[in-house]
Design a binder for this molecule. Structure first.
Ligand SMILES: Nc1ncnc2c1ncn2[C@@H]1O[C@H](COP(=O)(O)OP(=O)(O)OP(=O)(O)O)[C@@H](O)[C@H]1O
Length: 581
């Protein structure tokens, strides 16, 4: 466990200093108690020998003063260390997380990350001090006392020594049970958190279906389960905990019996007996205290394991000589095969090859699940391909410095997430140093200026969590404005598949057209509207992860294949919307 903790922190200096401070306490405590033996031997006799006791009394007083000073220092140091260790750990985690493939950030990945960065990192920082430090004391005090006792009487020291392995054995068993209970409780707590979030997110759907209370029923079930697991953990740990206390008590009885026998047969003087009893009490007391720390130690161990589970996720491999300049914005897929890995049957893409010359606009079409989104994810290197290669500007995406690649790529997702801040801040995210004129120009080109004019505080209107104050089409326009502001030479767009109102439909379409006008910019758009398809230079039609057609929209329309069918479907849907709206 100590090794685990040590490896967890990038700069374990603070942890080591804290550990050494508590180790010093423990040894000092043991030695101070050891000093009692010569003092009692000198004083507990018919003619007390103050001369012999004085050096030990002085040494004891000095030792006690040092101990007291260390204790006073240790309390605030421990508190500050706990906060500092948590901060260090969170920074370490976040630094690592920024090197992970973006594909790792799925729903579960994000939920795990949230829980580990908040709860687990917090408990490791807190428990490392609140439980780890006393655990060092409770282990080293008995060890020091055994060593001191050997100097007084080897038989009693051997008895102390014999108690340790028996106690540790029972402690281990109790620890295993505590560990299982902690893992179960953590799972139950995650379930409760999930249900609570679900209640919040699903309220509109649940109420629309007249099931407003369904969410709370599921939450109540999760809470009940948590309580059952908690009680089960308590029940299971009762016997091992009692056994441990029994072992410690039995050890004390054995010490009393041995001390009594040696006192009666004259082996021990009264002073020796009193001193050894004090040593026995101070030996058994921290040993007994270990059982109370056991649950915390297991929780610490499990939290460390959870943190390590993220730290062990391999970072996106970096080239040893990364390319830091993108020559042009051409994109080539060469025989790309990619599978999402565990739990997926067929590859998402198989032998996909196509070219997008610099400055061109390519529309990706195909039925749901045909691999369109995967194509865009691979260009931005959310994942690495299994076979084949993707070249951007003539260089394999794996050979770029990740920042170089991403600084020249803008992505417009279907579900655009906006931060709960002003429109201006949301746009500036793309380029914080953009001038006001550039900001206004990007907004105008994406027709975000019309949205701003309508909002009560214009540029300074907060858009709500996730951009809830804006409609889907408006959010997508903000996202396109971001892409324009970023001046990225490659833009990947997942056009909103759902129907937009006519105003948004026209605005989004115009914004996309604006993006495609730049002769330097390569645009790949997952197209769901005939107008967008019509503006494309090329079309890549996918089916079951394979390219089935490529060519210009006019050519493909003539050949009457998959593209033509999809185009006609889009047209029909559009006319249907126009008729019904
Ligand atoms: N994160 C993921 N993990 C596992 N499989 C995935 C993941 N994302 C997509 N897939 C699978 O990969 C295949 C291609 O999916 P992709 O999202 O690229 O298709 P698509 O053409 O964009 O579909 P849609 O139009 O519905 O968005 C599908 O079989 C899908 O189930």
């Amino acid at each position: 466990m100590i090794g685990h903790l040590y490896r967890l922190w990038p700069h374990p200096g603070l942890l080591v200093r804290l550990g050494l401070l508590h180790a010093a306490f423990a040894v000092l405590q043991g030695l101070l108690l050891g000093a009692l033996v010569p003092i009692l031997r000198a004083l507990l006799r018919p003619q007390p020998d103050f001369h012999a006791a004085t050096p030990w009394l002085v040494a004891g007083a000095v030792g006690f003063a040092v101990y007291a000073v260390l204790r006073v220092i240790a309390t605030p140091v421990g508190f500050a260390a706990s906060v500092e260790l948590t901060v260090q750990l969170r920074h370490h985690l976040m630094r690592h997380v920024t090197t992970l493939p973006l594909g790792w950030f799925t729903g579960t990945g994000k939920a795990r990350l949230g829980r580990i960065v908040t709860a687990s990192a917090g408990s490791v920082g807190r428990l490392a001090v609140a439980i780890g430090a006393p655990a060092i004391t409770c282990t080293l005090v008995p060890v020091t006392i055994i060593a001191v006792t050997f100097a007084v009487d080897w038989r009693m020291a051997l008895l102390f020594l014999a108690i340790v392995p028996i106690a540790l054995l029972v402690l281990r068993r109790s620890g295993r049970i505590a560990s299982i209970a902690e893992v179960e409780l953590e799972q139950a707590a995650t379930e409760i958190a999930g249900r609570a979030v679900e209640i919040g997110q699903a309220q509109p759907v649940l109420r629309a279906a007249g099931q407003g209370s369904t969410g709370s029923v599921r939450l109540r079930a999760a809470l009940d389960e948590h309580r059952i697991i908690y009680r089960r953990g308590l029940r299971r740990s009762l016997m091992p905990d009692l056994s441990y206390t029994g072992v410690v008590m039995a050890g004390f009885v054995a010490v009393l019996v041995l001390g009594g026998v040696f006192l009666l047969d004259g082996t021990y003087a009264v002073a020796d007996t009193v001193a050894l009893l004090v040593l026995a009490i101070r030996f058994l007391e921290p040993l007994g205290h270990l059982i109370e720390l056991n649950g915390g130690l297991r929780a610490l161990d499990n939290s460390v394991t959870r943190l390590e589970s993220i730290l062990r996720v391999p970072a996106l491999p970096r080239s040893s000589k990364p390319v830091r300049r993108m020559e042009n914005s051409s994109i080539e897929f060469r025989d790309v095969t990619f599978s999402y890995g565990e739990g997926t049957e067929d590859p998402a893409l198989s032998g996909v090859s196509f070219d997008c010359p610099a400055g061109s606009t390519t529309a990706l079409v195909g039925p749901s699940g045909s691999g369109k989104t995967t194509v865009t994810r691979l260009i931005a290197r959310f994942f690495d391909v299994d076979a084949g290669g993707i070249r951007v500007g003539g260089v394999d995406v794996r050979d770029y410095e990740p920042e170089t690649l991403l600084s020249d790529i803008a992505i417009v997702f279907q579900d655009v997430y906006l931060f709960d801040t002003t429109i201006e801040d949301n746009l500036r995210l793309a380029r914080p140093d953009a001038s006001h004129e550039e900001l206004v120009a990007a907004a105008r080109a994406a027709r975000v200026d019309e949205i701003i004019d309508r909002l009560p505080d214009g540029w300074n209107t907060r858009v709500g969590e996730g951009g809830a104050q804006l409609s889907g089409g408006e959010r997508q326009r903000v996202s396109i404005a971001r892409a324009l502001l970023k001046q990225a030479r490659i833009v990947l767009i997942d056009e909103a598949a759902s129907a937009l109102d006519p105003e948004n439909e026209a605005a989004v379409s115009e914004a996309i057209t604006h993006l495609t006008r730049d002769p330097e910019r390569t645009v790949i758009v997952i197209a769901h509207r005939p107008t967008t398809l019509a503006t494309a230079d090329n079309v890549v039609a996918l089916h079951d992860g394979r390219v089935v057609e490529t060519g210009s929209p006019a050519e493909l329309h003539r050949t009457g294949g998959l593209f033509a069918r999809i185009y006609d479907q889009y047209e029909q849907t559009r006319s249907w919307h126009i008729v019904t709206s």
